[in-house]
Design a protein around this ligand. Structure first.
Ligand code: FES
Length: 163
C-alpha cells in the first residue's frame, strides 16, 4: 500500500495511466488486486472512471471490478484528506477500547469512518488488524503506527503535522 504522501496526493485522474498500469500488470495471476493497489499508489484512490477501463483491459464486467473495489476497505474511492487516520476495528482492538476510540474520533472530527473532514484535513478509515494487537487499540496516523491509541493523542499528531 502507498505511503501517506502518495495516499494524500489525490493525483488527477489519468485514463492513459490507468491503461498503462492495467496492461502492464494484466499478465499476473489474479491481476485485479495488483492493478488496484498500483492505482492507489499512483492516485491515492481508485477513481470511479478507472473501473470501466480496468474491466475492458481484463475482459471483466464493470460489476465484477466494482464488486472487488467495494469489498476491500483498502481501496479508497475518493481522494484522501491531507492526513489519514486509520483505526484498527478488529477484535483485539475492539476488546481494548476500540469502540470508544472510534466514537471519540468520529465525534471530534465530525466525520464517520470512510469520510473526510469538510476542510479536507483528515480522512478517517477503518483497518482490520495492524499486527499491533499487544498494544491495542492501534491506529496508523499518516502511515505511523500508534499503540494504546486515544483520540486526543491521535488528533494531536494530526494537528502537530498540520498541513
Ligand atoms: S486487532 Fe488491532 S492491531 Fe490486531
Amino acid at each position: 500500500m502507498d505511503g501517506p504522501a502518495a495516499a494524500a496526493s489525490g493525483a488527477a485522474f489519468d485514463a492513459g495511466a490507468v491503461i498503462e498500469i492495467a496492461e502492464r500488470l494484466q499478465g499476473l495471476e489474479g491481476p485485479l488486486l495488483p492493478i488496484l493497489h498500483a492505482l492507489m499508489d499512483r492516485f491515492g484512490h481508485v477513481d470511479e472512471r478507472a473501473i470501466p477501463v480496468i474491466a475492458e483491459v481484463l475482459n471483466l464486467s464493470r460489476a465484477e471490478v466494482h464488486g472487488v473495489v467495494s469489498f476491500y476497505h483498502d481501496f479508497r474511492r475518493m481522494p484522501a484528506g491531507r492526513h489519514v487516520v486509520r483505526q484498527c476495528r478488529a477484535e483485539a482492538c475492539q476488546a481494548m477500547g476500540g469502540e470508544a476510540l472510534a466514537a471519540d474520533l468520529e465525534r471530534q472530527l465530525g466525520v464517520s469512518f470512510g469520510g473526510t473532514t469538510a476542510d479536507g484535513r483528515v480522512t478517517l478509515e477503518a483497518v482490520y488488524c495492524l499486527g499491533n494487537c499487544a498494544l491495542s487499540p492501534a491506529a496508523l496516523v499518516d502511515g505511523e503506527l500508534v499503540g494504546r491509541a486515544d483520540a486526543d493523542g491521535i488528533l494531536a499528531r494530526v494537528a502537530g503535522g498540520a498541513r
